[in-house]
Write a protein that binds this ligand. Structure first.
Ligand code: ZN
Length: 316
């Protein structure tokens, strides 16, 4: 009889062992699959975390691009530094002085090409000679530049308006023209410059961009201070011009000396910035001006022009 026999129980035992072994195998297989699934989930989370931490970079880049200053994509370190510690806004040593005193520059940063150009400049005006100078310039439709030392009077205001109204450039020279005062330090220079600038703007409506240092950018009074003054004036957008042609009118030069001196210098220059003075004691300037203008209008292929912010600066 099979049922209840020893053989029967042996088979039952074998069957149980087989079931247990199969169960164990199934368990191992399931666990292995579970480990794989969890591992895959973990990888997914890592990708998400990585994407999140990339976001600040992207935002920084987008922001910077919107402001138009980006040239390269910031590295991870740079981006982290920017996000964590924004750079403090540094205040320059002269930033708090005359906060309105900045030049309005044109968007076009390119300089004009100006070979054979003659830039007549008149310093120290307005004066009793201003209207005579303007009449001569008008007669030949010559535009020039006046670096003024303005007094806050109606008389000077009318003369400055005439300069501007006839299409010439008005620039700042000085209020006091006192070398010892203005070249003492940058604060003193700014104080003098701002006072002159303010009178010109209030009286003519023009905000000057160009200026000329009294005595030129290199003189005996500013050797220790000029570098700092130029740095500050340039930071504010102002442009200065020296000269490469002297008339020596302020030294009392006569007609002959001025005529031959100025024309011969212009002849050898590629372009010329000519220094004249618009002063009561410089009558010879008025006497010689028309003859010098005629010399180049009649005999040479030259162009007279006023100085502009787009004129290549001329420095000593
Ligand atoms: Zn001067």
């Amino acid at each position: 009889m099979y049922f209840g026999s020893v053989r029967f129980f042996k088979h039952i035992l074998l069957l149980l062992v087989a079931v247990v072994v199969a169960g164990l195998i199934a368990l191992v297989v399931w666990q292995s699959a579970e480990v794989k699934r969890l591992s895959a989930e973990l990888d997914g989370l890592k990708v998400e975390v990585a994407t999140e931490s990339d976001k600040p970079d992207t935002e920084t880049e987008a922001e910077t691009s919107a402001n138009g200053f980006i040239t390269t994509t910031p590295t991870e370190t740079e981006a982290e530094t920017t996000t964590a510690e924004p750079e403090p806004v540094s205040i320059g040593k002269y930033d708090l002085l005359y906060p309105e005193l900045y030049a309005d520059l044109p968007n076009n940063a390119a300089y004009d090409s100006d070979d054979n150009h003659i830039y007549l400049t008149f310093d120290d005006g307005p004066s009793d000679n201003t209207m005579s100078i303007l009449s001569i310039l008008d007669k030949y439709n010559v535009k020039a530049t006046f670096f003024v030392v303005p007094q806050d009077t109606d008389e000077d205001a009318e003369l400055m308006k005439a300069i501007v109204g006839r299409g010439h450039t008005i620039g700042v020279h000085s209020l006091t023209h006192n070398y010892n005062t203005i070249y003492k330090d940058t604060e003193s220079f700014l104080e003098d410059f701002n006072a002159a600038y303010e009178i010109i703007y209030r009286r003519t409506g023009v905000k000057p961009v160009l200026f000329r240092f009294p005595g030129g950018s290199i003189n005996d009074f500013n050797t220790t201070t000029i570098d700092d003054i130029i740095t500050e004036m340039t930071r504010r957008g102002f442009i200065y011009f020296d000269w490469n042609c002297q008339s020596n009118d302020s030294d009392g030069a006569n007609w002959t000396s001025m005529y031959y001196g100025v024309t011969s210098q212009i002849d050898v220059n590629k372009r010329s910035v000519v220094l004249f003075h618009d002063r009561n004691d410089c009558d010879n300037t008025v006497f010689v001006l028309e003859d010098i203008v005629l010399y180049f209008i009649n005999n040479k292929d030259y162009v007279f022009s006023e100085l502009k912010p787009t004129t290549t600066p001329l420095h000593f």
